[in-house]
Design a protein around this ligand. Structure first.
Ligand code: FAD
Length: 811
């Protein structure tokens, strides 16, 4: 066994094998895989191994397409072909118009990734899958490339190729401990000796937390028992003369594919069961959980009704094995938060379909620091410190129970809530707030007209439309108050803090105490990494002059990782997170100045405290840091207060606010207003796939600065010109917003992709942001939006159509 390697991948299931293979594809050959038993002896060996293109966003579709292309290539390897039933086709069934709407959206989204789904009616479903009945069936989504693969052959094929490229694989080699050296490199201790390495990868399937514990990490991954059975031959299949397409059913929660001349049917029962919560038997290897078909009785009936031929089929064998889930259904693929040189590829619940793609994106991240797609949807840092064992299990159960039921826009499922609250959560609830969840925080979406108000789940505008419109109009005409909890904020101190921040941002940062600025951080390739507000807080009796860094609510671990890793060893810089210590109250609207003035002794006049100012003061009895910044396009103040006096600050503001018609508003109103004002949202419109010029952030870039992270590559990109441009669109449709991922079309070709869409209540326009081909980005350009299957005329309009002169913010 080697004593040193560049990377050690721990775990030889599909996740580890794919990572190893792709590391060699990226040019790293000094890589090894260590496996405690045999390759595939965890979950992989008994997988139903269906391989589909279907995904909830473009990154997921793109990585699945990579799996399919790779598997096809491996299957056609003349020396070592593997069994891959490629392109049998598959149908996701639906029995409601709302589900069909969703499928139409997913078809529009996938088209932008070169994937052609088809939305078909019930009759066509039956024509393509003759075994099904059309009772209670609206139709389905057809994936022409659906199929299934032999998981054992797949993993051996990947490792064979990796070995040919120089990688080594050690089976029967359990990792028993991990130690990190002072320089950040690792010692991997195994039963057969130690390997020193630069980077480790946890790919340990359901044993993820055994290996996590070896490095002092708990990963939000839980295992569920999951069953399928295989039938004897079914005469209708024998007679059909062609392979049956796959089926996935959100109505009765099962999937089904052909296996030999019978069927394989797997179930997602409501009465489901977590597994391995109290530790896993070390001898559970190539093993299964006891059969328990009783548990799936509820969903079995639905499968019988849909496929009557099943009722006469004998059961050949039953498989019940552990399958891993995270708290939002997507896996954790990327850097382990807070750990240097440590990555993971875990929580895969559809690892055979996705594993090829996840290993590909992970290897790119390890070798280059970034992947070709924005990987936030699978980034382990998207969850922060609240994801304990209980939350993970409850979310895993909920996700398992809803396996094929996609989330509708604004659908927030109830399990494991609330996790993060403030002293205002109960106050807002008593005001009939409807809450969304942002990184565990219960954040107000809007205020319901009645306690039991429940809007329908739909891709169309729903019953909240007028409610949000009223909240917006009160902000426009009077003044509104909004609690924004979980906003990420760091205090950056130390002699070199300004120099450090200057290097991180691609534009100028404010060096003047008392001023605030917005800026952008790029990755090494000159692409947009983060967006942050920098406030230069003057020295006061609360502390010395210091820099305050504020960014999106979910970015705490992500930004902390990025910032910490860029402090040079000789720099005196300290970063302290205040994310969980403070909450923001936004006071926005033409009467905001009156409200703030009445709560505090300071001079809030335009002259004394102009736009983009910051000061420390008191709001009522609460110490506060107030900034004159606006996401709404109205005169506004962000009041950042310690959580200990949040309620007090709220009482002061709301008491005074009564006189000015102040009303509460929520994040849906904010979303509408920020789109009207041309402001962008992190990980919706601000993505690592685009540089700041493509994203329309030219005014935030200063290429004359001595240096900043990503500058060299950005200069090259600037010379080359943009590949895509962000634009604002007006959508000629009154019944539905443009959904993220939807395709913009011209002459049957995709020319752009929506990133955000919302009705602009003040300008009365259905607004969207999109990245489009640069030659289509001129104001006035017209194109068609594939909106839920309908072709809707859309036109490029100026970004920020509301109050173009900023007269309201500057009032
Ligand atoms: C019944 C069932 C049906 C499924 N059907 C499908 C399907 O149709 N399509 C699909 O895409 N997915 C399906 N899945 C899910 C899929 O099988 C998994 O997502 C995938 O196999 C997970 O692979 P993995 O590499 O992450 O984990 P595993 O296969 O569990 O691999 C982890 C490896 O790590 C090793 N390991 C653990 N600890 C150590 C250690 N200390 N030292 C060294 N090695 C260690 C283990 O021995 C194991 O080999 C199904 C799962 C089940 C249970």
């Amino acid at each position: 066994m080697k004593k040193h390697a560049r990377v050690v991948v721990i775990g030889g299931g599909i996740a580890g094998c794919s990572t190893l293979y792709h590391l060699t594809q990226e040019g790293w050959s000094d890589v090894v895989l260590v496996e405690r038993n045999d390759l595939t002896s965890g979950t992989t060996w008994h997988s139903a191994a269906q391989v589909t293109n279907f995904g909830m966003n473009q990154t997921m579709v793109g990585l699945k397409t990579h799996s399919i292309n790779l598997y096809k290539e491996l299957a056609n390897d003349p020396a070592h072909p593997i069994n891959y039933n490629h392109a049998d086709g598959g149908i996701r069934l639906a029995n409601t118009e709302q589900q069909m709407q969703g499928y139409r959206h997913f078809a529009s989204m996938a088209r932008g990734m070169g994937v052609d789904f088809e939305v078909i009616d019930a009759k066509e479903c039956k024509r393509r899958h003759p075994l099904i009945s059309t009772d209670n069936l609206a139709g389905g989504l057809w994936d022409p490339l659906d199929g299934d693969i032999d998981p054992y052959q797949l993993c051996h094929s990947l490792t064979r190729r990796a070995r040919q490229a120089g990688a080594e694989v050690y089976t029967d080699t359990p990792v028993t401990a991990l130690e990190q050296y002072k320089d950040g490199t690792w010692k991997v201790i195994t039963e057969h000796g130690d390997i020193d390495c630069n980077i480790i990868v946890n790919a340990c399937g359901y044993r993820v937390n055994e290996v996590g514990a070896m490095m002092g990490v708990h990963h939000p991954v839980a295992s569920m028992e999951h069953q399928y059975f295989l039938t004897e031959d079914i005469p209708e299949i024998v007679d059909a003369g062609h392979r049956m397409p796959l089926l996935r059913c959100p109505i009765s929660d099962y999937y089904c594919r052909q296996d030999k001349n019978g069927l394989l049917i797997g179930f997602y029962e409501q009465n489901c069961k977590t597994w391995g919560m109290d530790g896993i038997d070390p001898n559970f290897v190539n093993a299964l959980c006891p059969d328990d078909l009783e548990r799936v009785a509820d969903v079995l009936d639905g499968a019988f009704e849909r496929m009557p031929a099943l009722m006469n089929a004998g059961i050949r064998s039953i498989i019940n094995g552990p399958i891993t889930y995270t708290i939002d259904g997507a896996p954790l693929v990327g850097k382990i938060p807070g750990k240097e040189n440590a990555f993971c590829i875990i929580g895969l619940r559809a690892g055979l379909g996705e594993g090829g793609g996840h290993g590909w994106l992970l290897a790119q991240q390890i070798v280059h620091g970034e992947a070709c797609y924005d990987t936030w949807c699978i980034d382990p840092r998207r969850f922060t410190s609240h994801t304990n064992v209980e939350m993970t299990s409850l979310k895993a159960i909920e996700d398992y129970q809803n396996e094929f039921r996609f989330h509708f826009p604004h659908e927030h499922r109830p399990a494991a809530r609330p996790a993060k609250t403030t002293s205002l959560t109960a106050v807002m609830a008593s005001e009939k707030a409807s809450f969304t969840v942002i990184n565990g925080w219960e954040r107000v979406e809007y205020f319901k007209p009645s306690k039991d108000f429940q809007p329908s789940l739909s891709f169309h505008f729903d019953e909240t439309f007028d409610i949000v419109a009223r909240e917006v109009s009160n902000v426009r005409d009077n003044v509104g108050l909004c609690e924004v909890n979980g906003f990420n904020r760091f205090e950056i101190t130390g002699l070199d803090s300004e120099r450090f921040i200057d290097r991180l941002f691609c534009g100028n940062i404010t060096h003047k105490p008392g001023r605030v600025g917005l800026g952008y951080l790029l990755n090494d390739f000159g692409m947009v990494k983060s967006e942050a507000t920098i406030a230069n807080i003057p020295a006061s009796d609360r502390g010395p002059n210091r820099m305050w860094y504020g960014s999106a609510a979910a970015s705490e671990f992500h930004d902390m990782d990025w910032l910490s890793q860029h402090i040079n060893p000789d720099e005196n810089v300290k970063i302290k997170s205040l994310t969980n210590d403070q909450t923001t109250l936004i006071v926005a609207g033409p009467k905001a100045r009156e409200v703030i003035s009445a709560c505090s002794r300071e001079d809030w006049s335009k002259e004394a405290f102009p736009w983009l100012s910051v000061r420390e003061c008191f709001i009522g009895f609460s110490a506060a840091t107030v900034m004159s910044v606006s996401f709404s396009g109205e005169l506004a103040y962000e009041v950042h207060v310690p959580n200990s006096s949040l309620y007090a600050a709220y009482l002061s503001l709301s008491e005074v606010g009564k006189e000015y018609g102040m009303k509460l508003f929520g994040s849906r109103a904010v979303e509408s207003m920020r789109m009207e004002k041309g402001f962008l949202a992190w990980k919706s419109d601000l993505l690592t796939e685009f540089d700041p010029f493509e994203t329309g952030l030219d005014r935030f870039v200063n290429l004359n600065k001595d240096n900043f992270i990503g500058k060299a590559d950005l200069e090259k990109r600037f010379k080359h010109g943009p590949n895509q441009k962000l634009v604002c669109l007006s959508i000629d449709c009154n019944h539905a917003p443009a959904h993220a991922g939807a395709s913009l079309m011209e002459d049957g070709k995709v020319i752009g992709t929506i990133t955000s869409g919302e009705w602009g209540h003040r300008v009365n326009v259905n607004l969207a942001y999109a990245f489009v081909n640069p030659d289509k980005s001129e104001i006035g350009n017209k194109m068609m939006l594939d909106l839920l299957g309908e072709m809707i005329p859309s036109e490029v309009i100026p970004l920020g159509p509301y109050d173009n002169s900023y007269s309201r913010i500057l009032a």
